[in-house]
Design a protein around this ligand. Structure first.
Ligand code: ASP
Length: 380
């Protein structure tokens, strides 16, 4: 795999374990610029003794950044990678992130889009799969790589996985793959296909229904999974719907009708996390139907299993199908939740939004039999 452009990469640093130290009660992000200082001491990521201080205009603001160059590596047939490292003003644990933070990241990417060949977002691992899924929808007409990464061990620790994860992400950011990815432990996955499966080990993510797009072992290799097509048109940032409109309903044995009603009554769209290949008790579906009469809602049928897809094989999946719930195939919970938020924010009728949910928009689910060719419905 070779690079397509020679512009630098922009790294947006938002917080997370990557740059945390124990302070008072547990790990929390260190002060701004401490991570930039530390990067200067990591040989693979900083080929000079001192990084250049730079500033770039963003709207009315002037953002302080540092300019680094990686050390040359023979595993990638190219020159050392130049990158600019920008630390956001408020560095946070990703468990505090929501759609406002996703919008801030997306807006920065749009603002600097023409100046860089790719982007890396360093954040906490807890909600990274939500963020990478969200950005995959919010960044419309994306034509450059946006690579999410982080660490399980802070970069101040001798055994940190942060430097390797950042180095691999920088490499992926130069490969011209026009989509949002998540790179961790030497694998780069499609960003809306990943789940965090381990909160301790360095191999923290899996993409249960799609192999990695790039593997970064001693050689960097692309997999057979094809990356998305580059879409024509300028990059646009589509916001998510207001908070509180989309939610999750986890089905479990013995869940009561009252519990279901209480969960869905205020929502406009619901990810219904069903058993196996989309199965659910008819009694629960009746409650969902009653609530549907009070307010039209988008229901998305998503399996609780990591692997496999929602099908209509079982009688126990028919009632939800009759109710008009969208069969979301093998989508992850994170991608279903963020896709619903994206779809709800779009102009259009209930039926048009439902059709968007059924359509594969960014390679987020395998649904060959239901892939809608007409992508125009997105351009509302
Ligand atoms: N709690 C941390 C976070 O998500 C965990 C991590 O970064 O790995 O910000």
């Amino acid at each position: 795999m070779t690079s397509c452009e020679t512009k630098p990469t922009l790294v947006l640093y938002t917080g997370g374990t990557f740059g945390m130290k124990v302070n008072g009660e547990g790990l929390k992000p260190v002060e701004k610029f401490t991570v930039s200082d530390e990067l200067e001491t990591i040989v693979s990521l900083s080929d000079r003794k001192k990084a250049d201080e730079i500033s770039r205009k963003f709207g009315d603001a002037v953002l302080q950044m540092r300019s680094f160059t990686t050390r040359k590596t023979k595993t990638v047939d190219r020159e050392p990678i130049k990158y600019h490292f920008y630390e956001l003003d408020t560095l946070i644990d990703s468990s505090l992130m929501n759609e406002d933070n996703w919008k801030e990241i997306a807006t920065l990417i749009k603002g600097f889009y023409d100046d860089y060949s790719g982007f890396v977002v360093v954040m906490g691992t807890d909600t990274m799969a939500y963020a990478s899924s969200a950005l995959s929808f919010m960044l419309e007409n994306l034509g450059k790589p946006v690579v999410f990464t982080g660490a399980q061990i802070p970069i101040f620790d001798g055994r940190s996985d942060g430097p390797e994860n950042l180095m691999c992400s920088l490499i992926v950011s130069t490969l011209g793959i026009p989509e949002v990815l998540l790179c961790f432990n030497k694998k780069a996955f499609r960003g809306n296909r990943v789940v965090k499966t381990d909160c301790v080990d360095l191999d923290a993510y899996d993409s249960p229904n799609l192999p990695p797009l790039v593997t970064l072992d001693s050689k960097v290799t692309g997999s057979k999974t094809e990356s998305l097509e580059r879409k024509p048109g300028n990059l646009q940032v589509q916001e998510m719907c207001p908070k509180g409109q989309v939610g999750l309903l986890v089905i479990y044995p013995g869940i009561t009708e009252e519990q279901v009603r209480n969960t869905v009554k205020a929502l406009h769209a619901v990810v219904v996390l069903t058993f196996g290949s989309g199965n659910i008790d008819d009694k629960i579906v009746n409650v969902l139907g009653d609530e549907q009469l009070k307010r039209k809602r988008l229901y998305a049928n998503v399996t609780q299993c990591l692997k496999g897809a929602v099908t209509s094989d079982y009688n126990a999946s028919k009632a939800l199908e009759r109710l008009g719930a969208v069969n979301c195939s093998d989508i992850t919970t994170e991608a279903a939740f963020t896709k619903l938020s994206y779809v709800l924010a779009k102009k259009g009728t209930f039926e048009e939004r439902k059709q968007m949910m059924e359509t594969v928009l960014r390679g987020e689910m395998s649904a060959e039999d239901r892939v809608k060719k007409n992508r125009n419905i997105e351009n509302n």
